[in-house]
Design a protein around this ligand. Sequence first.
Ligand code: KG4
Ligand code: ZN
Length: 404
Amino acid sequence: MKILAIETSCDETAIAVVKFHNVQRLAQKGIQKHSEKMPKISILSNIISSQIKTHQKFGGVVPNLAKREHQKNLPLVLLKALKYGGFPISKYQFPISKKISKDKLQMLEKILDREPELLKRFKKHVLPLKPPVIDAIAVTYGPGLAPALWVGVNFARVLAVLWGRPLIPVNHMAGHAYSAWLQVKDRKLQIVNVKFPALALLVSGGHTELVLMRGHGKFRVIGETLDDAAGEAFDKVARILGLGYPGGPEIERLAKSSEALPRKICLPRPIINSPDHNFSFSGLKTAVLYLTRDLGPRKTEELKAVIAKEFQDAVVEVLVKKTITAAKKYKVKAILLGGGVAANKMLRKKIAERTEKELPGTSCQLSIISLTGDNALMIALAAFFVGKKKPPNKVGVDANLKLS
Ligand code: KG4
Ligand code: ZN
């Protein structure tokens, strides 16, 4: 089974083509019931085109710029994904007029009538292609930035109509959860067997949530942030400290440089002991803001590094403590970590250490670092495990989509 997946929920334009082996045989047995038998995977291509440079000067992602960039990038990213996937992409394989009826062309034009730039490029680069041999097209339909999501969804819809393939709408957060299913074993990326119930800590720029999974697609959000997401807090604190965007890697780098310095400050660990499983990071960000303001000209580079380290420690401590507490309460067999902030080495180290120490018998599966940020491979995985095929005209966007 081959899935072509598309991800455009934020500032990465990503397309992957993934082949799942032995699917029919496993389906006969029922993947859910026999989850120890995972299909083998071949990643034919996994292309990510980042818009970071476009948004950097604004200190964050600008939705309409993201939309414009996705329109420009999608057809080219598709050509690259198909080429690396071994599909023929030489242009003008056949005269378009002979193969595509007027009605079909009108239908495609109608789907892309709000994306004129994409339509132009679609006609030039995609229309002439020989349809690739794939079984389905998966696409992120939420949560995310609505203008960015629409470009991806409409692109997926025209491909589905053009190539006559079914469409699988995918929740972006399910993608981040399923990225933890891919681990390096015997020097190869493999889909591993995750035992249920599992608890996923999903930490990104827009979300911070603890999700209990009792089976494939059986999600229950048991806790979430009441205000800022963890990644958002990293980005905002980075801005306060005069660092670049995205803030997570910048704070991590600065924090590392302070390791030998004496600790001089103490930041709060918001709602760390609350009985629920929620988070709150905006007070922590405000504490950094007041601290740096009060320091004024005394804010040396050294002090900034100490603040970065203390801020990172505070976020990590809260995330890990709340995850371990919930994991104990729900007696989970696996802890999963996904989302952009999951690239943070301190977070990875602490969550793995505490799982090993306090929850023997529970596995801790961290998404591999290259899959923590937004990518389409995770969308293909989620589509495979929990996706439901839909006709193209029934797929829309839900910018506030929840996992359920
Ligand atoms: O999942 P993601 O790529 O996009 C969203 O869906 O939001 O997450 C992006 C977020 C940004 O806020 C970024 O600052 C944060 O992930 N991030 C990190 C690190 N790398 C990226 N946060 C902490 N430490 C990192 N190393
Ligand atoms: Zn994300």
